[in-house]
Write a protein that binds this ligand. Structure first.
Ligand code: ZN
Length: 272
């Protein structure tokens, strides 16, 4: 098993402000993954994406992208702008060499869950056609979301994957925990992930505060909600081949390094 660890966005201890500075810092820290954050909008030029892609390849840092938060594929009035934000992210991903673009698919709103599913599915089909037409070899990562009002249970994201192979569940363990009011069965989640037979997985982890409405804010992994050592133990028993775990903790890279220590304690032989 290969595990790729790194922060959501450039490390807090990065000296410069750029993505390239962030990638170099990730490598310096001995980590090997970074999520490029477009959560407030896609502002990176194609030239910058290409340049950062070269640096990441040289530094052996696996890149992914988080698309903007302002996405709702379940609302016909917002679907076109949402797709554009995701596809703009995918174009940058292609030039960065980022293999997956993660996004929160949408909100059920007044829709029946089956109707919301159909809408997400048809918008994903349309986006996938654009990816193919442009030759952008990038996966659409449907994130498991942290609020019961949002589309994105693990089963929903898996069902989309079964219809469109290029759409993959991006498992946010903390969101599953928060959405289910402080509960996650790691064994069950990992079994489902393993059963997908995917060559690589992309995940998010942090501690998380929640209410009955789901996620409230991210916490450090010291909070033990959910319990990272339990995830590490379970993960190392699976047949999953490649997995990235992005730290969304308030201390970002510090918790990636803590994850690495915990994985080593559980017997993982780290190869950067
Ligand atoms: Zn997210």
């Amino acid at each position: 098993m290969h595990i790729f660890l790194g922060p959501a966005g450039i490390p807090l201890t990065t000296k410069g402000p750029s993505t390239v500075d962030g990638i170099r810092r990730v490598a310096e820290l001995g980590l090997n993954a970074m999520e490029v954050e477009f959560v407030r909008g896609v502002h990176m030029s194609i030239a910058t994406a290409k340049e950062a892609g070269v640096v990441a390849r040289d530094a052996n840092v696996v890149l992914s992208i988080h698309a903007p938060y302002f996405i709702n594929l379940c609302n016909p009035e917002k679907a076109a702008a949402s797709k554009k934000r995701i596809l703009d992210s995918c174009e940058r991903a292609y030039h960065l060499g980022a293999w997956v673009v993660v996004f929160h698919p949408g909100f059920y709103g007044a829709l029946e869950k089956t109707k919301a599913f159909e809408m997400v599915l048809s918008e994903c089909e349309a986006m996938n056609e654009t990816l193919l037409a442009n030759g952008w070899d990038v996966k659409l990562g449907l994130e498991t979301t942290g609020k019961p009002s949002q589309f994105g249970t693990l089963d929903e994201t898996m069902a989309i994957h079964h219809k469109i192979k290029n759409c993959i569940p991006a498992v946010d363990f903390s969101h599953i925990f928060a959405r289910d009011a402080g509960h996650i069965d790691f064994h069950e989640v990992l079994k489902k992930m393993e059963a997908l037979g995917m060559d690589r997985h992309h995940c998010h982890f942090s501690g998380i505060e929640y209410t009955m409405k789901g996620e409230r804010r991210h916490l450090t992994i010291d909070s033990n909600q959910p319990d990272f050592p339990a995830l590490a133990k379970g993960l190392l028993k699976t047949k999953i081949r490649n997995i990235t775990i992005i730290s969304e903790s308030p201390v970002l890279e510090k918790d990636s390094m803590k994850m690495l220590e915990i994985l080593k304690q559980e017997g993982y032989a780290w190869k950067k």
